[in-house]
Ligand binder design. Structure first.
Ligand SMILES: [Fe+2]
Ligand SMILES: [Fe+2]
Length: 208
């Protein structure tokens, strides 16, 4: 597994939540009440996993290494990816605020929730497609096998650092990213990084 393979794996997990979000939008469009508990979990996943963990690996580690390899930092593909991350962050924040408004029974909050959720899903789907089919193949051509291996260990360190408890303001306690919980020995890096990707809250979103 390479570092870009790992990010593609994480995209698969993110896309599962985007798929669920689309079914939730369809529910709202049919006039049914939104599933607030699952929406809280999904927003938590979007902000804490998709952004705080996945996008942080891309921005803080992958992009930096690509800049060292000669990719421009302020223009071209990296600038586009950074802009889309920022747009996603704004949409997720607006969706979270609208969800709180729905909880308080505010007029118009449900429409805002629907609009921002749909905007986020469309943006992230296009963004992930671009990364999987254009940006990561470009990165693979620039990075050596050693770069990819070093990045995997940098990712692992970032996961550990970012798995610390989040602020008490969070509705849901920060769940430990347990992808490599009970995983094989770190000395066997091939097996270690193949340990299945997992997010503790995801079953709650998908089931029922
Ligand atoms: Fe990205
Ligand atoms: Fe990504």
């Amino acid at each position: 597994m390479t570092a870009t393979d790992m990010l593609t794996d994480e995209h698969r997990l993110i896309k599962k939540v985007l798929d669920w979000g689309e079914t939730e939008i369809a529910r709202i469009d049919k006039g049914r009440p939104p599933d607030a508990a699952k929406l809280i979990q999904a927003v938590d996943f979007i902000r804490n996993f998709a952004d705080r963990c996945h996008h942080a690996k891309e921005e803080g580690l992958l992009f930096k290494r690509l800049v060292e390899k000669g990719m421009p930092a302020q223009s071209g593909p990296i600038a586009v990816m950074l802009l889309e991350h920022a747009q996603g962050r704004a949409l997720a924040a607006a969706a979270a605020a609208a969800l709180e408004g729905v909880g308080r029974g505010e007029h118009g909050a449900l429409a805002k929730l629907r609009e921002n959720l749909a905007g986020y899903i469309a943006l992230l789907r296009a963004h992930i497609h671009k990364e999987d089919h254009a940006f990561f193949p470009m990165a693979d051509r620039l990075l050596s096998a050693e770069d990819q291996e070093a990045l995997l260990w940098d990712f692992e360190r970032m996961e550990r650092e970012r798995s610390a408890p989040a602020s008490t303001k969070n509705t849901i306690a920060w769940p430990r990213i347990c992808r490599r919980k009970n995983s094989p020995d770190k000395s066997d890096s091939k097996r270690f990084f193949r340990h299945p990707l997992h997010w503790p809250g995801i079953e709650t979103i998908m089931t029922g």
